[in-house]
Design a protein around this ligand. Structure first.
Ligand code: ZN
Length: 145
């Protein structure tokens, strides 16, 4: 069933991420530090290299691939919710090369920041907790709570 719930914007944070840091870890660490459990995130910038995932719907496993090149972050979009009691960042990115050709996927650990400007819009609202979803095999939001 399609279910959406109301959330209310509270704080919005804007900042720059550390050169050489891991993109997913830096965002996750920030959310843990600020106790952000519900948010939308958006970023742009550039990476020195990237590791992305593609969820194979047949095998129900992520296939990860590495891009050993310097790329622009043309768009990072995602959300923050709760998994196993702590904040979890789920983000997808589109990365462009020197000809504007793009790669995209599920952001994984191993993506190294060259420069990154991040916006985190925190919400208050019901608990969005991830649990195993039978239909997809993914840790999706349990909307029954
Ligand atoms: Zn994903």
């Amino acid at each position: 069933m399609t279910t959406l719930k109301k959330v209310k914007p509270i704080e919005t944070y804007m900042g720059r991420l550390r050169h050489g840091g891991d993109l997913l870890e830096e965002i996750t660490d920030f959310c843990i530090r600020e106790k952000i459990r519900l948010a939308r995130i958006e970023a742009l910038g550039a990476v020195q290299k990237a590791r992305l995932g593609y969820y194979n719907q047949e095998t129900r496993e992520y296939q990860f691939f590495d891009l050993q090149r310097r790329l622009e972050i043309t768009k990072l979009t995602g959300n923050v919710s709760v998994r196993d009691g702590s904040p979890m960042v789920h983000a997808h990115v589109t990365l462009a090369d020197d000809e504007g050709k793009c790669f995209g996927g599920h952001l994984a650990q191993g993506t190294v920041i060259f420069a990154c400007e991040l916006i985190v819009q925190a919400f208050k609202g019901p608990l969005f907790e991830r649990g195993y979803d039978e239909d997809t095999g993914l840790p999706l939001w349990d909307m029954e709570q």
